[in-house]
Design a protein around this ligand. Structure first.
Ligand code: SF4
Length: 109
């Protein structure tokens, strides 16, 4: 073994050690943090008022309401299945109730 081989072995050893240390750190980092939850849309919000938003579709008296329509089955709703609230493309600054409704409801495609 010459000096060049020894240097190459030392370099490879250090590279492998650094790679393993990086893998170990990744394992302890855990899953990525979830994005912060959006504040719930309130019925005082001017756009919510304009679209007759409610957190409970069962109480809707609006003539355009179609029985069975709720945010969870609306095309604009982007919440995860089973979650009580989720994002809505019509109200990008807020989350809306999965059981809610507004006049912009459109059947999920
Ligand atoms: Fe709910 Fe759809 Fe209205 Fe958004 S657009 S508030 S998901 S009914």
């Amino acid at each position: 073994m010459n000096a060049q081989d020894s240097s190459r072995r030392r370099f490879l050893g250090q590279a492998i050690t650094a790679a393993l240390a990086g893998l170990a750190l990744d394992a302890f980092a855990g899953p990525a943090a979830a994005p912060p939850a959006l504040p719930k849309l309130t019925q005082d919000n001017p756009q919510a008022k304009a679209l007759s938003y409610t957190e409970n579709a069962a109480t809707v008296k609006n003539p355009v309401y179609k029985p069975g329509s709720v945010c969870a089955n609306c095309n604009f709703y982007k919440g995860a299945k089973g979650q009580a609230y989720g994002p809505c493309q019509m109200f990008p600054q807020n989350s809306v109730a999965a059981k809610g409704w507004c006049a912009a409801w459109a059947k999920k495609a």
